[in-house]
Every structure is written in structure tokens, then in C-alpha cells.
Design a protein around this ligand. Structure first.
Ligand SMILES: [Zn+2]
Length: 639
């Protein structure tokens, strides 16, 4: 699902019509347009991260605290990257402290993730050991092959100095390993950041990766690949990145960075995910999937790259400042994630990486995905955003319980685009909405007020009231009247009923976690065989569960015998067998109207380019400065 990448896209609903590559996109992490003032010249907090024990996955960290208050509190974030509480403190083996003379200082644990030290007025040295073996772009891992860190998962911060300058040095880096990170390099293995949020928004890869680089749109790009060279073609990846970068920066008419780093891992086993950062992205994709085609890579890359605007700079107030100690509730993920998926599609179209037919097929799949989940009538896009923190729970992921803010958000992005075009008579589009938000929020170091902030932008560029759109489809759960929106571009949505093979259950995964049974059809052979909701699926047709398992399920035929090995706490490990049945399934498909008028054709062309039919009048109040669709001229950094 390179175009929409959602937790819920993992849902293994049986379908012959839908065979999208499984790609998972990520969620947002720390802030970049910090609301904190730049600290006055202060002494840096200095971390030393020691990689001495790769085989044991143990990292020893030392924090040197400059002189200051006698009593200091130290916090390890409970969440990062994913909107899920992951309690990284569970991996901290021990914490100790001493003063500058080497005398031990007492360390008191205040809660599971916070410690207090006394007697630090002359400065202190805090040391701790943490176990890190979580692979993927949302994790932190040290092993004999490499290290990859989301630093918020391993760096405890002094609560009173989060806004101050930081340094981090990596020690005992194994011979032959190099370090790649968007952090500012101070010396060989030492890097600096203006504050903790910037520090931990900078992924770090340390190992024997291959590096390439290129210049485009006036900026410098680094491409870091940690994979078997037989599994990928760097020249092809770089060629695709050129197109994506150019398409995105010209579409936004902005380039708020001078350098940007792409970090890729292509593991042989299960993988799938991308994590956005302000000056980088980290993306993991299964090696086989990228050997077959670069579609998954270009989709997830377009999505993560667009995040450098949407969520990293165009940022909801509800995520600012980040509170690392508990859930951060926001109603805006339908926009920050979902509309990033809308932009992903437009960037791919503009880059020539996707054609009209495939784009419309992808949108049809998204509509089908939403319509098939009964919860689209009970959970709004805003509620789905608030409930992101529940996604780790299999019951929550059931179709009658929840929708995906990626899925509905992407569709809302498309509907908002069409609505703005209609209301402005072709003078504005989603592009103008995003550029307006970039000019009026990001560039002014302001954050937007969740859905209200999006409405403000959409109304400013369309000069029309859009309250009812937001009330019905964003805050509410009214059925989206697809045809009313798509008619202007000469399309309609047809429903198609098919008899399709039915395995009798739905499986889901939480990002790259284990696959579990989300629902079992009552009265099905799967139920009779003993399959239960909550079972963890270990093997499908004799093969360990991996990224290709989705395809295995899609390729089943009615009458085939399905052999599934599952595990549950109550029933232990067991092998279940049953015959695949048949059921009726409704799909939704975007098709041309019987008569597509020249005007509709013209509007469709502009829509698929992501451009208004005519550029808005530069003097109109809604038009952002420099919104004309011309090449990038701005080389000024956002901050
Ligand atoms: Zn995303």
C-alpha cells in the first residue's frame, strides 16, 4: 500500500481485487520548529554512547551535566516515533551517578521513567546501561551487524535542560563502521544539536552501509543503504529520489533545508515502515519486495519526504511541545498522516512514478477499505486520531471498532482538494491549502489548531465557508457522497459485488509487530477449526509469517486447505486446518462517467497534477507569497 500505508492496511481481508504491496508508514516524532527559545550560550549536556557490547545489544551511556541545581530530575521518554506508549525504561538495567570528584551521588527513582539525583550543584556524571534490540525505523538497535538509533529511546534527558544545547559522542565504534546522521558533526564521532528535541529527531545509522549522494533543487542529499548489495540498485534508487525531491519541492514551492538524508534498510525478513524526521527519513523495506519493483520504495519515500513539511513544520498545536512522559492527544492525525498520503499520491503522479489508471485504482482501494469497515459509521477521523494510542491492541484494530486515520485521512485529503476546487471555481486546490499553511503557520513558527486550523486555511484559499464539510466528514461520521465530489472530474464510484474466497478470519499487525487474528467470521470453518480472536499467527501454509503472508492469503482459492499454526496464552501452540469458503464482497471502483465533458476532462488534468486550474490572484488575501507553480527559488532554511 505504497499510497496509503496504514496500520489497518495490514488487515488481511480476503480480496482478489486488492493486492497492494505492504508498506507501513510511520508516525511523527519530536518537534523541529521548537517553541523553546534558543538557549543563551549554555554549556552543553554531553552524552557518550558506548557501543562496546554489540553481541549483547547493550549500550552504556554517560551524561555529563554541567554545574547547576543541586537536585536534578532525569527522564527517559515513554514514547517516540509511534503514537504508542512503549516505556523504553523497561530496558534500562541500572542508573548511577557521581559528582565531578568521583564520589557517588544518590539516585532516587521517582516513577518508572524518571530519576532524581542530589548533590549535583558542581556538575554530575550519570551513567546507565540500556538494552537495545528493536529493529526497524521506529526502534533502537545494536547488534554485531550495525547500530540504528532513534535517540529518544536511549537518551535520558535532564528535565530542566531540555531546551539547552546537547552533544553526543559515539564510543567503541567497531573497526570499519561509519556514522550517518543528519546531526551537525562536531568532530569524528561527536555531533551537536541545539536542543533535545532536535537531537532526538535525528536518526543515527552506524555500520558498514553504502553511501551515495546527489544534488537537486539546490540542496544536497545523502542516501545511506544498509543492505546486501545484491538486493538493490543504487543508481535506480537515486534516479527515483531525484524525481521525488523535485516533484515535492516544486509542488510546495519551498525547500526548507539545505541537506537531507535518506536512510534505507532492506532486510531479508519481515520489514515495512518509514519514519519521518525534519532533515531525514529512515525506511525499512523487505529485500524481495524492492527487487520486484521500486513502487513500494517510491511510495513510502514520497510520503516520508512530504512529512518534512506536513507534521514536521506544518505542525498541530496539540503535539507541541512534545510531552515525552505520557500520551499526546491530537485530533489532527487524519491531516498530518492521512493528507500526507494524499500528497504522496500527487507527488508520485507529478514525478511520473504513477499513472492515472494506477492512481485511480489505489484510490478505489482506499474507498473500499473505508466502506468495508463498519466503524466508519461510528468513529470519526478526529476520534481515530485521538485513539491512535490504542492501536497496539488487537481488539481495537477490528473493523467494527476502528477506522484508520491514514485511510480516511487520505480520502479526506482528496475530498478537500475537490471541495476547494469546486468552491473556488478552479482557482485553488489542496496545494494552495498546504502552501497557505506552510506560509502562515510553519514559516511564522506557529502551530495550527488541529482541524480548525486546516479549515481556516481551506476557507482562506477558497473564499468559501467549509464548516459543513468539516462537521460532516472530519468531526462527524456521515457517509461521504463520493459521486458528488468526483463528478466535477468526470468520475463516479461504482459498487461491484463478487463471490470471492473467504478464509473466515481477518488478521492484523501493529506496524512490524506479530500478526494476530482480529476477527473470526461466526459460523465459518475457521471458527469450527478452533481459530480465536487474539491468536498470534506463527505460520501460514507451513511458512513463518512475514511480509509475504498477506499475499499468501490473497492467493487462496475457495476449496483450498488452509494450514495455520497459531499460539495463544490459553490454548498454547496449535496447528489448525480448514477449507477456504466463499462469500460475497462489495468493492468500490472509480470509473469514468458515461459522458465525460471537455470541462470535466480539463478539471481532471489539473486535479491529477495537483494544481489549481489557474493560479490564484497574487493580491487575493488567501494567496501565499510565492505560490505560483514555478520551480523552486527559495533556498532559505525554515529555521
Ligand atoms: Zn506518515
Amino acid at each position: 500500500m505504497n499510497s496509503s500505508a496504514a496500520v489497518f492496511k495490514e488487515t488481511l481481508q480476503r480480496s482478489r481485487r486488492i493486492a497492494a504491496a505492504a508498506v507501513f508508514l510511520a508516525l511523527s516524532t519530536a518537534l523541529t520548529q521548537s517553541s523553546f527559545a534558543q538557549a543563551a550560550p549554555a554549556q552543553s549536556i554531553a552524552y557518550s554512547v558506548d557501543l562496546a557490547s554489540p553481541e549483547q545489544h547493550l549500550v552504556n551511556v554517560q551524561i555529563i551535566l554541567p554545574a547547576g541545581a543541586a537536585q536534578r530530575e532525569l527522564q527517559l521518554p515513554v514514547w517516540n516515533a509511534l503514537y504508542q506508549i512503549r516505556d523504553f525504561a523497561q530496558y534500562v538495567n541500572w542508573v548511577r551517578a557521581k559528582n565531578r570528584s568521583g564520589d557517588p551521588l544518590p539516585v532516587h527513582e521517582l516513577d518508572k521513567s524518571r530519576w532524581q539525583i542530589q548533590g549535583a550543584e558542581g556538575g554530575a556524571i550519570v551513567e546507565y546501561q540500556i538494552y537495545v534490540d528493536a529493529p526497524g525505523p521506529f526502534g533502537a538497535q545494536l547488534n554485531s551487524h550495525h547500530a540504528f538509533f532513534n535517540l529518544a529511546e536511549i537518551l535520558i534527558y535532564p528535565v530542566d535542560a531540555r531546551t539547552g544545547p546537547f552533544k553526543v559522542r559515539f564510543g567503541h565504534v567497531p573497526e570499519g563502521w561509519c556514522i550517518a546522521t543528519p546531526l551537525t558533526q562536531a568532530s569524528d564521532a561527536e555531533f551537536s544539536a541545539a536542543n533535545y528535541d532536535r537531537l532526538v529527531d535525528s536518526p543515527v545509522e552506524i555500520g558498514t552501509f553504502v553511501e551515495s549522494d546527489f544534488d537537486e533543487a539546490g540542496a544536497h542529499f545523502r542516501v545511506i543503504v544498509d543492505a546486501d548489495p545484491a538486493d538493490y540498485d543504487m543508481a535506480k534508487i537515486v534516479a527515483a529520489l531525484h524525481k521525488i525531491v523535485l516533484a515535492a519541492t516544486t509542488w510546495m514551492n519551498d525547500r526548507p533545508f539545505d541537506t537531507y538524508t535518506f536512510i534505507y534498510h532492506f532486510p531479508r525478513g519481515p520489514a515495512g515502515g518509514g519514519m519521518e524526521h525534519a532533515y531525514a527519513t529512515a525506511i525499512d523495506l523487505n529485500a524481495d519486495s524492492i527487487k520486484q519493483s521500486l513502487n513500494a520504495l517510491t511510495g513510502v519515500t514520497s510520503h516520508e519526504f512530504f512529512h518534512l513539511w506536513n507534521v514536521k513544520r506544518i505542525r498541530p498545536q496539540t503535539l507541541e511541545p512534545v510531552d515525552y512522559t505520557k500520551e499526546n492527544y491530537t485530533r489532527a492525525l487524519w491531516f498530518s498522516e492521512g493528507v500526507t498520503s494524499t500528497a504522496e499520491g500527487i507527488i508520485e503522479l507529478r514525478a511520473g512514478l504513477l499513472d492515472e489508471k494506477h492512481y485511480l485504482d489505489q484510490l478505489s482501494e482506499e474507498i473500499t477499505e473505508l466502506e468495508r469497515r463498519p466503524a466508519h459509521l461510528t468513529q470519526s477521523a478526529e476520534e481515530s486520531s485521538l485513539d491512535a494510542w490504542l492501536e497496539g491492541n488487537p481488539y481495537y484494530r477490528r473493523p467494527e471498532r476502528s477506522i484508520s486515520y491514514y485511510n480516511k485521512g487520505e480520502l479526506l485529503g482528496v475530498m478537500l482538494d475537490l471541495k476547494v476546487r469546486e468552491a473556488s471555481h478552479g482557482q485553488a486546490s489542496l496545494r494552495e491549502v498546504l502552501q497557505w499553511m506552510n506560509a502562515n503557520y510553519a514559516k511564522k513558527d506557529r502551530f495550527f489548531n488541529d482541524s480548525e486550523g486546516v479549515r481556516e486555511a481551506a476557507e482562506a484559499v477558497s473564499h468559501a465557508g467549509l464548516a459543513s464539510f468539516f462537521a460532516k466528514y472530519v468531526a462527524g461520521t456521515e457517509e461521504i457522497p463520493w459521486d458528488d465530489f468526483f463528478r466535477q472530474v468526470g468520475l463516479r464510484v461504482d459498487t461491484i459485488s463478487n463471490n470471492i474466497p473467504d478464509a473466515g478470519f481477518i488478521a492484523s499487525r501493529n506496524f512490524d509487530g506479530p500478526m494476530s487474528v482480529a476477527a473470526v467470521t461466526p459460523g465459518s470453518d475457521a471458527e469450527r477449526a478452533g481459530l480465536q480472536v487474539g491468536d498470534t499467527i506463527i505460520e501460514l501454509q507451513g511458512k513463518p509469517v512475514g511480509q509475504e503472508s498477506r499475499q499468501t492469503l490473497i492467493e487462496l482459492n475457495s476449496g483450498d486447505t488452509l494450514i495455520v499454526k497459531v499460539r495463544s496464552r490459553r490454548a498454547g501452540e496449535r496447528e489448525l486446518k480448514w477449507k477456504v469458503g466463499t462469500r460475497q464482497e462489495i468493492s468500490y471502483e472509480l470509473r469514468d462517467l458515461d459522458q465525460v465533458t471537455p470541462a470535466q476532462r480539463e478539471r481532471r488534468t489539473a486535479w491529477l497534477k495537483g494544481e489549481a486550474q489557474s493560479a490564484p490572484d497574487a493580491s487575493s488575501p488567501g494567496a501565499p507569497a510565492g505560490s505560483a507553480p514555478d520551480p523552486v527559488t527559495s533556498g532559505v532554511s525554515h529555521k
